[in-house]
Design a protein around this ligand. Sequence first.
Ligand SMILES: NC(=O)c1ccc[n+]([C@@H]2O[C@H](COP(=O)([O-])OP(=O)(O)OC[C@H]3O[C@@H](n4cnc5c(N)ncnc54)[C@H](O)[C@@H]3O)[C@@H](O)[C@H]2O)c1
Ligand SMILES: O=c1ccn([C@@H]2O[C@H](COP(=O)(O)OP(=O)(O)O[C@H]3O[C@H](CO)[C@@H](O)[C@H](O)[C@H]3O)[C@@H](O)[C@H]2O)c(=O)[nH]1
Length: 431
Amino acid sequence: MHVSIVGSGYVGTTIAACLADLGHEVVNVEIDPEIVDTVNAGEAPIHEPGLPERIADHAGGRLRATTDYDAVCDTDLTFLCLPTPSAEDGSLELDAMRAGTQSLGEALAERDDDHLVVVKSTVLPGTTEEVVGPILESASGRAVGEGLELAMNPEFLRMGTAVSDFLEPDKVVIGATSDEAAGTLRDLYGPILEREETALVETDVREAELIKYANNAFLAAKVSLVNELGNVAREYGADAYEVLEAVGLDDRISEQFMRSGLGWGGSCFPKDVDALRAGARKQGYDPELLDAVVSVNDDQPRRLVDLLADHVALEGARVAVLGLSFKPGTDDIRKSRALDVIDHLLDGGATPVAYDPVAIDNVRETYPDLEIEYADSAKDALADADGAVVATGWSEFDDLSFEGMARQVVVDGRRIDVDPDALEVYEGLTW
Ligand SMILES: NC(=O)c1ccc[n+]([C@@H]2O[C@H](COP(=O)([O-])OP(=O)(O)OC[C@H]3O[C@@H](n4cnc5c(N)ncnc54)[C@H](O)[C@@H]3O)[C@@H](O)[C@H]2O)c1
Ligand SMILES: O=c1ccn([C@@H]2O[C@H](COP(=O)(O)OP(=O)(O)O[C@H]3O[C@H](CO)[C@@H](O)[C@H](O)[C@H]3O)[C@@H](O)[C@H]2O)c(=O)[nH]1
């Protein structure tokens, strides 16, 4: 099929390369010309395992990128992979969705062929039918249901494993306004749906929209619960990892998402839980449990720095910060807990010396005024440091040598593999 994808960020670029891999002709429509040039040069604009080789294989062939919305006219369907960030008050902000939908609608006005528009972005119930649909209709002069179809198809891929998550998902959720729209998506995902492990969920648009938020809220809540249990375990002098490993053997609970420590960050959980909380309040419901999920999470970085401060006077201390990305395997630093750790260290008067294998440039560009030092390796970050905090669980931190530190005081928010007996102080946040 011929597919256009509006927005070539983490999701749009990944699914474009994967759909090209499945044999579709794909064009990314993106406002950032630098991203467009990068994709057309056969390179990945983000760090994501499996993506560079796919873009290199298909760019100039089944995959291209452009800033020109007219490209959608040569395609059968368009995915909207636009950002849906939080506004100041945590509510869902739809400016980019509105602007992108308007441009898409204007482009589609030029053609009267059948076209399916699929909302891939995470949006609250009602957004697809009450915001996207009407903008499309007014900008295109066409009516939804009359050759212009609308669907919502949330995405569950994770950063760091985005390619395999997309190609080998647990489920594909299709919320369509017509059988025709659902059928087009079933055809598009043919090889993915043929896998025995892929469940197909066909539902109404509103349910599809909410499934995505419920999924993320559930996972974020699980990690916050695990962190609360971890904090309690530590007070009892018990190892939360041993406790939760046993708990996870219960099929009803599962072993996944059981890593306690510094908590959840990233481009999705924080904004999606906030949007759901704000949305629920707007509907007249007070989401007390979700509020607690956030406050437990918000406290973990401070707890980690307090733990360090039990052993090292922060004022004037040189502190190695190991890891900056919000999780291993990605250069994404959005709402990374490492940044909160850095803020607390700075508040305490310490000098953070940060190292990350792939995310340093993103931090430098995003926070040019951040008064920290950067190191080219973990070894360099640790050199002469009075203490170290582990903020992201990159595997290269396992079995790291802490030699060269002024004092071998290590506090760990991610449970890396270390030999505690080889260190002056080793403290785990929840063990
Ligand atoms: N990142 C994830 O892991 C993930 C997973 C599932 C769902 N989602 C959801 O997918 C959506 C996109 O997320 P993302 O992480 O890819 O965002 P992103 O910020 O990485 O990418 C969005 C892209 O859209 C481009 N853009 C903005 N306005 C545009 C316009 N008017 N026309 C064309 N391009 C425009 C931006 O330049 C950017 O490259 C969000 O709703 C997010 O919640 C993200
Ligand atoms: O046991 C765990 C598992 C995760 N995390 C943290 O939780 C955050 C999110 O991790 P993960 O879910 O693996 O990464 P994301 O790429 O943010 O993916 C989530 O957000 C995406 C965007 O909505 C969804 O598509 C995915 O299904 C959902 O897992 C990260 O900070 C992790 O460090 C923990 O602290 N402990």
